[in-house]
Design a protein around this ligand. Sequence first.
Ligand code: KG4
Ligand code: ZN
Length: 338
Amino acid sequence: MSILFEKKVLALETSCDETAVAILKGFGGVLFHSILSQADVHAQYGGVVPEVASRSHLEVLPSLVQKALQTIPMDEIDLYAATVGPGLASALMVGAYFAQAMALGVGKPFAAVNHIEGHLLSPFFGQENVPPHIALIVSGGHTLLLDVHGVGDYVLLGKTQDDAAGEAFDKVAKFLGLPYPGGVQIDALAKQGNPALYSFPRSMLHSGDLNFSFSGLKTAIRVFLKQDNQRAALPDLCASFQEAIVDVLTAKTLRAALACSRTLIAVSGGVSSNSRLQTKLADACLAKGIALRFAESALRTDNALMIAFAAIQRINAGLRTPNEIMPNLELESLCKIR
Ligand code: KG4
Ligand code: ZN
C-alpha cells in the first residue's frame, strides 16, 4: 500500500467566489470539508466582482482554517496545497499565499494545484487509480475535452473558443431575469418546458473538430428576446436553450470517446450537475456501451477536496508543480500534453 494513504493534506481553494478548506487523508479520507459560497454577495452585481471576492476570502479564510485545525492539529498535517490558477488573480493570492505561509512556517511541503486538474480528477475521488478515459470539464470558466492516459498525461482534444458552458448558462439566465448563478435555475425551470419548441443554434456541432462555441447561442437568445412580442414562456425558453448546449456537449463528448477508442467518460465541473446533460449523456453512452461517471455532487462546483486530491494524485504520479501564482494558467503548462 502506498505511503500516501497515511498522508494528511490541508488544501485551500479561493480561485473564484467560493472559499473552501479541506483536510484529506490519503486518496479519500475526508477529515474536514467546508465551502463558503459568496454567491449571495455577487448576486447583487449579476456576476463575480474580483475585488469583492478577494476581500470576502480574506475575511473568512482565517477562521475557516482555524476550524479545520481544531479538527486535525497542525502538527499532523503533512502537506499544504492550494489552487494557484487559473482564476481571479487577487482571489487566488489569498488562498495560495495563506497555504504557502503555513507550509513555510512549519517547514512542510507546499503543492501548487491547477484548478482545472482538480475538476478533471474529481470523478475519481477516493481511488488511487485513475483509468484512461475521456474527460469533459464543464464549469463556469472552462469547457474542455481531454483524452486522459493517466494523471498528468493528457491530450487536449477540444475547448471552447469563447464562452464556457457555465458562463453561457449564467449570462442567458441574466437576460431572462434569473438570479446569479443561473445554471441551477435554468435547469429547474427547463423541467416544465418544451425543449423542442425553439430551435436555437447548435454552434460548431458539425465543425469537424472537438471545439465548442457558445457565444452565438447566447446572442441568439438575446435577439430572440428583443423580437419576442408573444412573450415566450420562461420554462420553454430555458428548456430550448439548455437543449442546444446539451446537444453539442453530448455529441462532441461521444465523438471524442469513439475517436480515441475509450470506453469510459468522466464529467466534472459545476455544469455536470445539469440534469438534462446527465440524462442525455447516459442515454448516448448506454447506446454505445461506454461507461459514464460524474464527480459526486458536493465535488462538482468549486471545492478544496478536489484540490487536496489532485495534490495527492500528482505526488503519487511523481509529478512536480511550480510554486508561483498564475491567474492565466492553462492546463497545458502543468501537465504533460502530448
Ligand atoms: O465548477 P464551478 O464552480 O465553476 C468554475 O470553476 O468556473 O461551476 C459553476 C458553474 C456556474 O456557471 C453554474 O451556473 C453552473 O456551474 N451550474 C449549472 C448547474 N449547476 C451549476 N449549470 C447548469 N445546470 C446546473 N444544474
Ligand atoms: Zn471550478
